[in-house]
Write a protein that binds this ligand. Structure first.
Ligand SMILES: [Ca+2]
Length: 363
């Protein structure tokens, strides 16, 4: 089933909705014609780390935990400077869970913002008729928040849009990359934000001035209906229509068959919170799809010989979360295609997920 993530996120959606979503998706194995793709160069940042903001529905599916470990490893490597992490999942445990992983890696000073108010329920059903078990969306986030050292106090976690504006306003023009791997509520609200104490610019103006590109895990190509978009269809549609920089989408079909996680159990320390998140979610020794990791990887390393970009075009998102893509030479949007076997991409991603922290290690 195309949106099988529902079975793991403890959100239950009616069978009718799932069947409709499946019908709207691609047949298994279908892929865009790679002959139409252009090869994008890897990101060229010289020796400077990529300045990145990571926006995540941490606590839903476990690939977000994989990304969090991956980004900390890439920060150890000097490839990325994580300016902030933003929770789009309002569970009160997301920020603390993120900080638990960052602290394990010795990066507990990474600022963390959250959609507000933080609570124990998701903000809205992903589709009409959906049944949400709102008490169980915290998942591994609660496990890490309660069991691993972190210094998050809920009342002090800044509003994500406020933190976005604060950080963007002080960075150089065109210097910030954003990767979003959950619902796009924070980005939608950032775009719609007005001038404040940090900047006289509107949110859309601030993004246009400061952001280099946005990388999205979301949607399905060339057409489909995907979970992250369904979480907040209106926000995703406003981003698709109004985001003023290039946007690269890693669709459902990319990460779905790139399996990672099992090496955590044999190659990392038993106290590694990412290992424990995976154990909680998929069980000891098992893999999970790497939807979110593909987006984070490209955000930092570019296509890197592992991926290619589609031709340019424009994505459109309907009210039910379904999407289409219209090729257009002047379009700001691309979607990812794979350039090598899934196993090769999985190895590159998992190498980062199992890389030992340079410092920290639970301190
Ligand atoms: Ca996610």
């Amino acid at each position: 089933m195309k949106i099988s993530r529902t079975s793991k996120t403890r959100l239950t959606v009616t069978a009718t909705v799932l069947a409709a979503a499946t019908a709207a998706g691609l047949p298994a194995g279908a892929a865009p014609d790679p002959g139409s793709a252009v090869v994008a160069p890897a990101a060229d940042h010289g020796d400077d780390p990529v300045k990145l903001i990571y926006d995540t529905d941490f606590g839903g599916d476990v690939d977000d935990a994989g990304v969090t470990g991956m980004l900390n490893a890439m920060q150890d490597n000097g490839e990325v400077e994580v300016l902030a992490m933003m929770a789009s999942n309002p569970t009160r445990h997301a920020a603390a869970g993120l900080d638990a992983i960052n602290t394990y890696y010795g990066h507990g000073n990474i600022p963390i913002g959250s959609v507000k108010p933080m609570h124990d329920h998701v903000p809205s059903p992903p589709t009409p008729g959906a049944v949400i078990d709102g008490n169980n969306v915290s998942g591994y986030a609660e496990l890490l928040a309660r069991g691993w050292h972190n210094d998050i106090r809920e009342s002090r976690v800044p509003d994500a849009v406020d933190l976005y504006r604060k950080i963007l306003s002080r960075e150089k023009d065109g210097s910030v990359t954003i990767v979003v791997v959950g619902g796009q509520i924070n980005l939608g609200e950032l775009l719609a934000s007005g001038p404040d104490r940090y900047s006289r610019l509107t949110g859309a103006e601030l993004v246009a001035e400061k952001v280099d590109k946005l990388v999205v895990m979301g949607a399905q190509f060339p057409t489909g209906r995907e979970w992250n978009i369904m979480l907040e269809p209106a926000a995703a549609a406003s981003v698709a229509a109004g985001w003023p920089t290039p946007v690269i989408y890693s669709g459902f079909e990319i990460g779905d068959t790139i399996l990672t996680g099992s090496r955590l159990f044999t190659e990392t320390h038993p106290d590694n919170p990412v290992l424990n998140a995976y154990e909680d979610y998929v069980g000891w020794g098992n893999d999970r799809s790497s939807w979110d990791q593909t987006a984070a990887y490209v955000a930092v390393r570019g296509t890197d010989g592992l991926f290619e970009l589609s031709e340019p075009g424009t994505i459109s998102i309907a009210a039910d979360g379904s999407n289409t893509f219209a090729p257009d030479p002047d379009g700001q949007h691309h979607y990812l295609l794979t350039a090598v076997p899934d196993e090769t991409i999985a190895e590159a991603i998992e190498d980062l997920m199992v890389q030992a922290p340079e410092q920290g290690h639970g301190d």
